[in-house]
Design a protein around this ligand. Structure first.
Ligand code: DAH
Length: 339
């Protein structure tokens, strides 16, 4: 026959095994092992037992307490583990994560980085000047007469104070020579502004890479060699480069440069990419006047200058049909140049 304590123990173990949650477990603990729990009540009853019974029941009591306490501990541990894995089950670890969108360089910036790299290899340093200029740096110092059409209000953005948005980066030639004597070998990439009718190939703001090289004995051969090297490195070694006589007030002689290459989408067409020439002695003299010295003695120093159309170069390089794409911030366009 089972002792009532054993029956109590088995009842407790069964209840614990079937407890659906922590509250049910706690209730079972109180009912059996609590101060006035039914198992605990047996220690009170010990006094009433006979000498023979006492050790038997005492032993049973201890075993029952230990067994029930251990079962409570185990069941509680199980419930905790189950509730943790239940919480995890709500997270679908097979779902893809939220990707970090990495930015990429704008095609004009990529183009510029390549150009800077190529000119650096030839010893050109970077120079810069302000977008808002005075007329002297933009025109007079560059031997551009007061009646030159570029100075017309219809062609140029003037500010109320008489300054203007520079119409070309050639201003940086003057600023560089004002602040440093020869020899000079710089490129100056930057924005230029004209009141152009905006279309696929014209924008009111565009970009140029200006270049200036002043030293003793610089010749047209140096000019041609430098720019041919640059353009062939950029567009491929089978690029044909043509120097077409032209007129600029600040160079003499002056040229426009065209390129043509089978490798380019534009195919067999000549495309104009730059203006260039040998620095006009009048420019050196005007710089000397501003410097109050004769550092740029035109009898001693010669130089070449060039202005590359940066947007144009990028359009050829990346086969971009419309200059307006550069400024529209359309990700469908920009993503094509993210590598
Ligand atoms: N500044 C000229 C333009 O915007 C381009 C140019 C031509 C720059 C000849 C030069 C140069 O440095 O020598 O059309």
């Amino acid at each position: 026959m089972m002792h009532p304590l054993e029956e109590l123990r088995d009842a407790a173990l069964a209840e614990i095994a079937g407890a659906p949650n922590e509250q049910a477990l706690e209730a079972a603990r109180v009912r059996y092992l609590g101060k006035s729990g039914s198992i605990s009540a047996w220690s009170e009853q010990m006094k009433t037992l006979s000498k023979e019974e006492r050790p038997v029941v005492g032993k049973l009591l201890n075993q029952s307490r230990t067994a029930v306490a251990a079962a409570l501990e185990q069941a509680s541990e199980k419930l905790r583990a189950a509730s943790e894995s239940g919480a995890l089950a709500e997270i679908d670890i097979s779902l893809p994560g939220t990707p970090n969108e990495l930015g990429a360089l704008h095609p004009l910036t990529q183009m510029l980085d390549r150009a800077i790299g190529l000119f650096r290899r030839m010893g050109f340093a970077l120079a810069e000047g302000p977008d808002v200029e005075d007329e002297w740096h933009c025109f007079d110092a560059l031997n551009t007469a007061p009646d030159h059409p570029a100075r017309n209000e219809a062609d140029t953005f003037y500010l109320p104070d008489g300054r203007l948005l520079r119409t070309h980066t050639s201003t940086v030639q003057i600023r560089t020579m004002e602040s440093a004597g020869p020899p000079i070998r710089v490129i100056a990439p930057g924005a230029a502004f004209r009141r152009d009718e905006v279309d696929a190939t014209h924008s009111a703001q565009f970009h140029q890479i200006e270049g200036l090289y002043v030293d003793e004995g610089v010749s047209v051969a140096d000019l041609k060699g430098t720019l041919e090297y640059f353009l062939r490195e950029l567009f491929g070694s089978d690029t044909a480069v043509r120097f077409r006589p032209h007129y600029f007030p600040f160079t003499e002689p002056s040229f426009e440069i065209d390129v043509k290459s089978k490798a380019l989408k534009s195919g067999e067409k000549w495309i104009e990419v730059a203006g260039c020439g040998m620095v006009h002695p009048a420019v050196f003299e005007e710089v000397n006047r501003a410097r109050h010295d004769a550092a740029y003695d035109p009898e001693k120093w010669t130089g070449f200058a060039f202005g590359l159309g940066m947007d144009r170069l990028a359009m050829i390089l990346f086969d971009i049909p419309d200059i307006r794409f550069f400024a529209q911030n359309d990700l469908r366009f920009l993503r094509q140049f993210a590598s």
